[in-house]
Design a protein around this ligand. Sequence first.
Ligand SMILES: NC(=O)c1ccc[n+]([C@@H]2O[C@H](COP(=O)([O-])OP(=O)(O)OC[C@H]3O[C@@H](n4cnc5c(N)ncnc54)[C@H](OP(=O)(O)O)[C@@H]3O)[C@@H](O)[C@H]2O)c1
Length: 255
Amino acid sequence: MKALVTGATSGIGKCIAKSLYRRGWELILTGRDESVLRSLSDELGGCETVSADLADRKEVMKVYEFCRGKNVDMLVNNAGYGIFGEFDKTDLDDEINMINVNITALHILTKLFLRDFKQRGRGRILNVASVAGFMTGPLLSSYYASKNYVLRLSIAIYEELRRAKSPVTITVLCPGPVNTNFNNRAGVTFSAKPVSPEFAAEYAVKKALAGKLFAIPGLGIKACAIGQRFIPHKLLAAVTYNVQHAKKRTGRKEK
Ligand SMILES: NC(=O)c1ccc[n+]([C@@H]2O[C@H](COP(=O)([O-])OP(=O)(O)OC[C@H]3O[C@@H](n4cnc5c(N)ncnc54)[C@H](OP(=O)(O)O)[C@@H]3O)[C@@H](O)[C@H]2O)c1
């Protein structure tokens, strides 16, 4: 069995790659940093790597073409990041790049691999959203909106596959805070205790291999995902604003 993992150079993606490797999967890893990809490949049995900036649609197609004819059985759309700040103050180009990575690249890869998987009559997709996908997120507005897209797209595809009685499965990972480089890149600090990326990854892989739609690690986060349904939109936005505001750091750190 073979999996393509995006955003494999760090955090949850790296741990998903390791979890699949422990289960005997072959891997194709992608990220932007070639040297990190090379050392990860050495660690994970000399697996294949392809460096790509997923903000660039041509590079997304490069990843797909690299995988073509290699009988990939699982697509893990994990690459993503957030940008913190009031909507009118965040940089437009930075945000469009984020939307390209979080939404457009995931959309393209999901569509192309889904076609291949349906044709072959097998395959699994694991899309990494967030508990943010269930909510409105002032101060991280476009990040939350991007994860809403990932969540809704994944649920809709799940239903299409279910109706078609397809053996192809789709799973959406919706973690709360996870201890990765995410915060450094977004320039925030956690206001709640994060789980480890190993825990989130292992949970996601188990759910994906079981063909489950949702992977929501942790009881508290499950409660948030369910509880938000009963809260009016404006109240939820006010609560999320306070949660996000508490995360604010002075100065934005880029990795
Ligand atoms: N950490 C959390 O609290 C949390 C919670 C919920 C959901 N998530 C989601 O989990 C996923 C993984 O994030 P993480 O927490 O593991 O953060 P991370 O440690 O920062 O890892 C992000 C990964 O995405 C890749 N990536 C970012 N921009 C890219 C680009 N333009 N082209 C290609 N790859 C790119 C990064 O590669 P580079 O090294 O090249 O930047 C890295 O491998 C994201 O989708 C995130 O939204 C995270």
